[in-house]
Design a protein around this ligand. Structure first.
Ligand code: UDP
Length: 242
């Protein structure tokens, strides 16, 4: 197996499924089954989920509320999503631990790096809630930071598009998908992979990112099997877009 320890980033919005808000229970079941399939392959799995399906800090600013307060609300939204995923995973007998960047001791463990690593070694799925626990960051940054801390081999960014394109495929029919691209090229071409803080963390620590379509059944295990679905961002020189 190329990747023994992964960090899977899921956006909050993806949990909405066909809904406009909140958590679609079917989506939870689908994601849990995908995650279980790779746990059964022997891969150590850590997960960061966003909170955009419930609340984003920017929303607070837009309606005249305090941004920092809004960011903490967003972080709490990620804890709600994390708890939902944890529950769905436990239902299909996947052992999990939820570690939070904000102390909420009745519902989750505090984030302690060594603890997270120990859980992973024991085959438990570790979910990181509350982002990094600080305002003005995103869960993409939390994904990059936690991945580096726990020495993950790769960040898998599960989205609804199947990779990084030369242009926005929804606007430009000629847009083509990259199978491989370097960090440098992403900068130079101003492509949107993650926010800059998150992306720079990966680049500076030589942590590869794979962007792939998480909503297609079997895709997560295909990525880990080494199939070239999605786009790999790494230090290696790039190939031509396909
Ligand atoms: N957030 C934060 N610090 C963090 C992670 C998240 O302040 O370390 C807040 C921020 O307001 C963000 C919200 O939580 O908008 C939800 O996270 P995000 O927008 O990354 O979720 P996603 O877009 O992945 O659903």
């Amino acid at each position: 197996m190329k990747y023994k320890r992964i960090l899977l980033k899921l956006s909050g919005e993806s949990l909405m499924g066909e809904q406009n808000y909140g958590i679609d229970p079917n989506r939870l079941v689908e994601y849990s089954a995908e995650i279980k399939s790779v746990v059964d392959m022997g891969v150590q799995v850590a997960i960061v989920i966003g909170g955009g399906n419930i609340y984003r800090g920017m929303q607070a600013e837009e309606v005249g509320l305090d941004r920092v307060q809004g960011d903490y609300m967003g972080m709490l939204a990620t804890v709600i999503n994390s708890m939902a995923l944890q529950s769905a995973l436990e239902k299909i007998n996947v052992n999990t631990r939820l570690l939070s960047g904000i102390n909420i001791q009745q519902v989750c463990e505090p984030y302690i790096r060594r603890r997270a690593m120990r859980h992973l070694e024991k085959g438990r799925v570790v979910i990181f809630g509350a982002g990094i626990g600080s305002p003005y960051f995103t869960t993409d940054s939390a994904a990059s930071l936690r991945a580096i801390e726990i020495e993950a081999d790769v960040v898998l960014k599960g989205t609804r598009v199947d990779g990084i394109y030369t242009a926005d495929p929804e606007k430009d029919p000629k847009a083509t998908r990259y199978t491989n691209i370097t960090f440098q090229e992403v900068f130079e071409k101003d492509l949107n992979v993650m926010d800059m803080t998150a992306f720079t963390l990966c680049k500076e620590n030589n942590l590869p990112i794979i962007v792939f379509d998480m909503n297609k059944k079997g895709n997560l295990s295909k990525v880990l099997d080494g199939e070239e679905i999605g786009t790999l961002v790494s230090m290696e020189p790039t190939e031509q877009p396909i």
